[in-house]
Design a protein around this ligand. Structure first.
Ligand code: NAD
Ligand code: MG
Length: 392
């Protein structure tokens, strides 16, 4: 019986994780669940899975959750804030941690889980983008097992040699597929009028709002290029992004002998989640099998960087190295949140990220504090730019 902690249990990945766990009660028990604000949803999850611990963002949310649980006679211990989040991430009573908090808020608990030598199921790509080498060193030094849950990286992990899933001898490059999001064929001249709901209406995947906007700008693919660099020791020039609008081929690996290995499946995050949970075994995920006779044509094209400037910015940040990816990520988080709040236009996102990156002088990624300083500085700069964009 594996004991699992789900960080970000109320989100899209968190719910899909619990959906898979629910199908295998003989294999998995839930040790802890965390959420930021959605107390009612977390209370319902606690009623069903009876975790030992639940963590929320604030004291107010904690007392609301506690009242709901005690009214039902549920004994789950309730905590709140960053320290409680880190405490459940390292708790020796759990062996696996699903890292599914969105954004930079996931960095500390995810890194803490790696330093505690856990089996880390990594959905929170921003943590790895920000802390890169620091995170990978922690995994190695503390004997953690890192299993990529992002569908592309999960696919690449499956296509690389099982004994050494990195770009070693014989592997030529990674072919990272991207759907191209909702605006792949839209006239670029009309992009400035996009509403948050239009940007979040992804053609193939149902996801949280932040990653949905990232998919529309293709910053998501940019973050994934950086994620792939760290996970698979792949230099930027050996990662190629291919637009594949059907989202059936989740990514590929190209070998020196001319072979290309791909992983295919219906676009449903329960497949990579079940892979991570059961690894190295396989188990039922609740996903219908892929019927290639009904999937239609599978097409591939090169992304247009003029249409998707965020993808080019991410490659720039990866090549610049050090804290540049953390700066890119922080500026993007600020800009996406402002867009979702209706404060800036869709096309301002790339403009703000580009300006913050141009102003920054990236430092090295030696300590968590250094990364957080770079993150905070970039947030301040992006915040100042928001003011000038709003007043235009
Ligand atoms: P979501 O917005 O649906 O859920 C986010 C979760 O994080 C929620 O449980 C929320 O309560 C929690 N959270 C938010 N802010 C927090 C904070 N400040 N402190 C603590 N907890 C906080 O997001 P999602 O779509 O599930 O994505 C989660 C992560 O997985 C992201 O990093 C995303 O890039 C990655 N990912 C998601 C998908 C997908 O299909 N949804 C696919 C690949 C990777
Ligand atoms: Mg992905």
């Amino acid at each position: 019986m594996r004991r699992i902690t789900v960080l970000g249990a109320t989100g899209s990945i968190g719910e899909s994780t619990l959906d898979v766990v629910r199908r295998h009660p003989e294999r998995y028990a839930v040790h802890a669940l965390t959420a930021h604000r959605q107390v009612d949803k977390l209370a319902a999850q606690c009623r069903e899975f009876r975790p030992a611990h639940a963590v929320v963002g604030t004291a107010q949310a904690a007392s609301e959750l506690e009242a709901l649980l005690r009214a039902d006679g549920i004994k789950t211990g309730v905590g709140y804030g960053e320290a409680a989040l880190e405490a459940v991430a390292v708790d020796s009573a759990a062996d696996s941690v699903m890292a599914a908090i969105v954004g930079a808020a996931g960095l500390r608990p995810t890194l803490a889980a790696a330093r505690a030598g856990k089996r880390v199921l990594l959905a929170n790509k921003e943590a790895l983008v920000m802390s890169g080498r620091l995170f990978m060193d922690a995994v190695r030094e503390h004997g953690a097992t890192l299993l990529p849950i992002d569908s592309e990286h999960n696919a690449i992990f499956q296509c690389l040699p099982a004994d050494d899933p990195r770009l070693g001898a014989g592997v030529s490059k990674i072919l990272l597929t991207a759907s191209g999001g909702p605006f792949r064929t839209r006239d670029p001249a009309t992009l400035h009028d996009i509403s948050p709901d239009e940007a979040c209406a992804h053609p193939n995947w149902v996801m949280g709002r932040k990653i949905s906007v990232d998919s529309a700008t293709m910053m998501n693919k940019g973050l994934e290029v950086i994620e792939a660099h760290w996970l698979f020791a792949a230099p930027a020039e050996r990662i190629e992004v291919l637009i594949h609008p059907q989202s059936i081929v989740h990514s590929m690996v190209s070998y020196a002998d001319g072979s290309v290995l791909a992983q295919l499946g219906n676009p449903d995050m329960r497949t990579p989640i079940a892979y991570g949970l059961a690894y190295p075994e396989r188990m039922y995920a609740g996903v219908s099998p892929l019927d290639l006779t009904r999937a239609g044509a599978l097409t591939f094209e090169t992304p247009d960087l003029a249409r998707f400037p965020c993808l080019g910015l991410a490659f720039d940040a990866l090549r610049a190295g050090g804290t540049a990816p953390a700066i890119l990520n922080a500026a993007n988080e600020v800009a996406v949140e402002a867009f979702l709040q209706g404060q800036i236009r869709f096309t301002d996102i790339a403009r703000i990220v580009a300006q913050v990156l141009a102003q920054a002088s990236p430092g090295s990624v030696d300590t968590l504090e250094g990364v957080m300083d770079a993150d905070q500085d970039a947030r301040r700069r992006a915040g100042a730019l928001l003011e000038s964009v709003r007043s235009c």
